[in-house]
Unconditional design. Structure first.
Length: 375
């Protein structure tokens, strides 16, 4: 065997955007593996191992299968939406950009879809939803919604929305992109039909793989439904991965190795409970520092997911978001602009391999920036 020695020292950046998140040195190192053809048995075995770990994160029992999709999180959402209905419509609950995106995906794929909409930043009105379902449920096959709506950091009530959909015999499709592994989800209790996430948010792997966790019975049903996409046909991706032990198309090979390491790191650190409590501590530290600096939260405390916080843009300021961003960026800190919320805002996330010193470093630098603008 030939050997190669690879050593590299790199800067560690503090990403306060809601993913791709800051990753550990351990996960980064896992990217460096011997080149391998993804059709080899060894790689197929890794795929099987990673899928099992993906299921374990959300206590998915033997009713569930995991399907990995090469691409960003949106590819995984699109794979599920494109495959989830025969003729009937999808009912989408929208209170942010990712609910809106689901509708855009359905429109692009010519899937009939209705939207129940709340202001971005407000919770879904469950009474209005119930009234709508009472009169219209027979039109729909699936109800789709976002768990943590990253647009403003609001947590939608997965359990009660899922229960409501089930009262009307609808399938449930949940975008758990930025909650999976960071907020407790228990599929043995809330048995949603499709749960979607990606490799680069709270699981703290690298970007490049979507994770679909779907009931096996549903995967069997949808194999008969019309194909609206070739690459993103969930059924084809599933059967290739399940029966041939291979991705249907060339996967992001090294990303799978890094994801495997990220899962190990996650379980060794105590799983979702431990991660959620670390994130909560970072959130509390960050939020109290931001309030001290004079910023205000956009979303009331009881709706906060504690993963990402939207702050009102201080209208009286004599600087722009870009100036604030660029100042921090030079120090290795990335903050995130707002996204068409009900008010002008900017966002700070607290996911990823971050610690309390990182948050202090961010707050100190933000304070210096604000002071530099006072003169
Ligand atoms: C809730 C939610 N859904 C979907 C997406 C889209 O994921 P991606 O940007 O990986 O396509 C994001 C990205 O931040 C998200 O937060």
């Amino acid at each position: 065997m030939f050997k190669q020695n690879i050593e590299k020292t790199i800067d560690r950046n503090i990403l306060l955007n809601p993913g791709p998140a800051t990753t550990s040195a351990r996960v980064k190192s896992a990217l460096i593996v011997p080149d391998i053809c993804p059709r080899e048995q060894e790689f197929g075995d890794l795929l099987g191992v990673v899928k099992n770990k993906a299921l374990q994160v959300v206590s998915a029992d033997s009713r569930y299968k995991a399907v990995l999709i090469g691409g960003s999180g949106t590819a995984a959402i699109e794979a599920c939406l494109s495959s989830c209905t025969n003729e009937k419509a999808v009912l989408i609950l929208e209170n942010g950009a990712y609910g809106e995106r689901m509708k855009k995906i359905c429109d692009a794929l010519k899937i009939p879809a209705d939207v129940i909409k709340a202001n971005w930043g407000d919770p879904i009105d469950q009474q209005a939803l119930k009234t709508h379902l009472e009169q219209n449920a027979q039109k729909y096959h699936v109800m789709a919604f976002i768990h943590h709506e990253t647009t403003v950091g609001i947590l939608n009530d997965l359990s009660s929305l899922h229960r409501l959909a089930k009262q009307y015999k609808l399938k449930t499709l949940v975008d758990a992109m930025s909650s999976y592994a960071g907020i407790e989800i228990d599929l043995s209790k809330d048995d949603v039909d499709y749960l979607v996430s990606s490799s680069n948010k709270c699981i703290q792997g690298m970007a490049g793989l979507g994770i679909c966790i779907v009931k096996e019975q549903v995967l069997n049903e949808i194999s008969q439904y019309p194909k609206r996409s070739f690459y993103l046909d969930l059924s084809n991706n599933y059967s290739s991965q399940e029966k041939n032990n291979q991705f249907a198309f060339t996967p992001p090979v090294q990303i799978l190795y890094a994801l495997n390491e990220a899962f190990d790191e996650f379980f060794e650190a105590g799983g979702t409970t431990a991660r959620a409590s670390r994130y909560e501590e970072l959130y509390l530290q960050m939020k109290s520092g931001m309030l001290e600096l004079g910023f205000e939260c956009l979303v009331p405390e009881h709706l906060q997911a504690k993963i990402l916080t939207a702050f009102r843009w201080p209208e009286s300021s004599n600087f722009t978001f870009e100036e604030m961003h660029d100042y921090l960026y030079l120090k290795g800190i990335t903050i995130y602009p707002g996204k068409n919320a009900k008010e002008k805002s900017f966002r700070i996330s607290n996911i990823g391999e971050l610690n309390s010193e990182d948050i202090s470093f961010f707050l100190d630098n933000l304070k210096s920036f604000l002071q530099s603008k006072r003169h």
